[in-house]
Design a protein around this ligand. Structure first.
Ligand SMILES: [Ca+2]
Ligand SMILES: [Ca+2]
Ligand SMILES: [Ca+2]
Length: 346
């Protein structure tokens, strides 16, 4: 496996001083590899954007045999890119991905075949969340044969060697899309609404069953949420808002919730987390119509968006969002039917 690590020493620049010393307080091994892994529903290929410097982004492509995918993750220990295929309806893992992003010249491409696969259980996979050896996929197909009732299924796989094994499924009493872990708790957006649900100690539910959320709250300011991401280091949660699904051009946005842990705790079950506790970015300059997924780099306060609608699909990045509003993206690349983003940092 080729190494893709680059380390630099960060020097103290506070108070106008520029100095490098070996004082233990001043030495930091800084993150220098930042790769944005993306899936899409147009050709199913994995596009990997090197976003170390958002002013000089390069892209590599893993050409897959899947033609649509939604939900992506990078397992660096095994150098494995994993996505939920909407062609096979199973999870696929592609080895050797680091060979591509280690070369930062633009538009490197490599063909890959799925070397880690499992049973083909799903109907409409939409997002992947990983906790240790557990790979959880949210499926937004109707779960009970009655399209009048809102529900969805979470498929829980464990990875063993070159195999994903289905451990159990959990049926939810709301429609699913984005999911993410915070520790052992699984957070899920409640599709078609502005609500956020959490299942505490989710992986302790080892049998195939129906499960109600431990807690479910409304997020003021959002019309219809879809994607979410959480950054542990900065305790920041970000939710996307697709507005009306029929408007893929200019009614989308995202909302940033800093100090998420205390704000979520303070909002009791069934209540509303106020817009005044959040920062909202939306408007025609943002190029967001249906932002379906989000990733966040807390180091640089940069938000990455998978936009499914505007211009046919885009990967967008935003920073300086403190005041919110109708921001212009600092990065904008066409990616037809972009469906998911995952940020890997090393
Ligand atoms: Ca149903
Ligand atoms: Ca929309
Ligand atoms: Ca994601």
């Amino acid at each position: 496996m080729k190494t893709i690590k680059i380390f630099t020493l960060v020097c103290a620049t506070a108070l106008g001083l520029t100095s490098c010393s070996d004082n233990e307080n001043n030495i930091t091994a800084q993150v220098q590899t930042k790769l944005l892994f993306t899936s899409n529903n147009s050709d199913g290929n994995v596009n990997i954007y090197n976003v170390n410097n958002t002013k000089a982004v390069t892209k590599s492509t893993l050409t897959t045999t899947t033609s649509a995918a939604d939900g992506i993750y990078y397992n660096s220990e095994e150098d494995l890119v994993i996505q939920a295929s909407r062609t096979t309806f199973g999870i696929e893992g592609y080895a050797g991905a680091s060979l591509v992003p280690s070369d930062v010249s633009a538009n490197v491409s490599a063909s890959v075949t799925a070397s880690v696969v499992g049973s083909l259980d799903m109907k409409s996979p939409r997002e992947l969340a990983v906790n240790g050896n557990f790979y959880v996929v949210a499926d937004n197909a109707d779960a009970d044969g009655n399209t009048e009732t809102k529900d969805g299924k979470l498929f829980i796989y464990t990875k063993s060697g070159n195999q994903f094994n289905l451990r159990n499924t959990i049926t939810t009493n709301f429609k699913l899309w984005g999911i993410t872990f915070i520790g052992n708790d699984l957070y899920a957006i409640v599709d078609t609404t502005n609500e956020l649900a959490v299942f505490s100690n989710f992986l302790n539910n080892k049998s195939t069953t129906s499960l109600s959320a431990t807690k479910q709250i409304a997020v003021e300011g959002i019309v219809r949420t879809h994607g979410l991401t959480y950054d542990m280091d900065t305790d920041t949660m970000i939710l996307t808002d697709i507005g009306e699904a029929s408007n893929g051009q200019d009614d989308g946005g995202f909302q940033v919730i800093e100090n998420f842990t205390s704000k979520f705790s303070a909002t009791t079950n069934g209540n509303i987390l106020a817009l005044t506790e959040q920062t909202r970015v939306a408007g025609s300059n943002t190029l967001m119509g249906n932002p379906v997924d989000v990733a966040y780099d807390g180091d640089t306060k940069t938000v990455f968006i998978a936009e499914a609608g505007n211009g046919g699909g885009r990967i967008l990045a935003f920073n300086n969002f403190t005041n919110g509003g109708n921001l212009t993206p600092i990065y904008n690349a066409s990616l037809t039917a972009a469906s998911a983003v995952y940020l890997y940092k090393n």
